[in-house]
Design a protein around this ligand. Structure first.
Ligand code: LCV
Length: 276
């Protein structure tokens, strides 16, 4: 087994960037470990940049499957988008070019299957990150919470499609409208995770499944993944519907409620939404 390697690149100041993603290869299985626990592995721009370059490097190094995980024993797998990096009001918080949206597409377009190995709680954009992986294996105690309504964010069409595809429209509405942490037993029943297993069996189970994929014909696996990607992009939207969705979303991220949602998090107080 090769040693864990970690992508560090000199920042402008010349100092090495913090290492938020650890990269490891074992045979044809690559592993990317999210490694920023003092901020609960929240998806900061730097962490997401390192995650995307980790994906590229593993594919270039010839892996046939990638496991995306956090360090063993975490209580929070990822607290979702770094709220401090959400744009100020009147700017789309989840635009096509947003680092989170770019990362989600990069995972869906990744040439090899990506398996999310989850323990602990998963929040907001990190749930969409799991949805964008090809499979999710979680421990029995894991939960998944979709939080945009709690923060005052309209989410976006491609993100909603991910959830509709995975768990059906009614369960997706419940996850988004309530922002409730959904226990894995429910998430399993509605198809959000492929398997849930006892915490002490998570690693064995996940790498056993990864090993089965790694020894299959790589070209066939890649071609099948590419077809799944094209077939699950969601129904074609006519131009007017796409513009109407944008208008609906703009009303929200232009609102005082969006500003209140972010500010209340920073102030560590419950938000007071006024519907304006
Ligand atoms: C920045 C954080 C975060 C964080 N960002 O520990 O899907 S969408 O549309 O909503 C999308 C925009 C999105 O993903 O938004 C983010 C959604 N995530 C959440 O709503 C989860 C927010 N975090 C929490 O509710 C709590 O942190 C949990 C329940 C995860 C853990 O609570 P706990 O009491 O154990 P703290 O809240 O004390 O957090 C520890 C440190 O991590 C920071 C938080 O500000 C704190 O930093 P300080 O020690 O500097 O105060 N943190 C947590 N989540 N998403 N920073």
């Amino acid at each position: 087994m090769s040693q864990p390697t970690s992508p560090t690149s000199p920042a402008a100041s010349g100092a090495a960037e913090p290492t938020y993603i650890l990269r490891k290869i074992d045979g044809r299985i690559g592993t990317l470990t999210i490694n920023h626990e003092d901020k609960l592995n929240c998806l900061s721009h730097l962490l997401m940049d390192q995650l995307m370059s980790g994906l590229e490097q593993l594919v270039q190094e010839g892996v046939n499957v990638i496991v995306l995980r956090a360090n063993p024993g975490v209580k929070v797998w990822s607290a979702g988008h770094d709220i401090n990096e959400l744009p100020e009001p009147r700017r789309d918080p989840l635009s096509y070019g947003d680092p989170l949206e770019t990362l989600l597409r990069r995972i869906q377009d990744c040439e090899v299957p990506v398996i999310a190995m989850v323990e602990g709680t998963v929040w907001g954009g990190a749930c969409d990150l799991c949805c964008s992986c090809d499979m999710v294996i979680a421990t029995d105690g894991s939960t998944f919470a979709m939080t945009p309504a709690k923060i005052g964010i309209p989410y976006n069409a491609s993100g909603l499609i991910h959830f509709i595809n995975h768990i059906g429209v009614n369960k997706a509405k419940e996850m988004f409208f309530t922002a409730r942490p959904t226990p894995v037993t429910e998430a399993w029943n509605n198809g959000f995770v492929n398997h849930h297993v006892p915490a002490d069996d998570l690693e064995r189970f996940t790498y056993d499944l990864a090993g089965r994929i790694a020894k299959n014909a790589p070209l066939a696996v890649r071609a099948i993944k590419a077809q799944f990607r094209l077939l699950t992009r969601g129904a074609l939207l006519d131009a007017e519907t796409a513009e109407r969705i944008q208008a609906i979303r703009r009303k929200v991220y232009d609102s005082a409620d969006y500003a209140e949602g972010i500010q209340s998090f920073k102030d560590k107080r419950p938000p007071v939404f006024r519907g304006v």
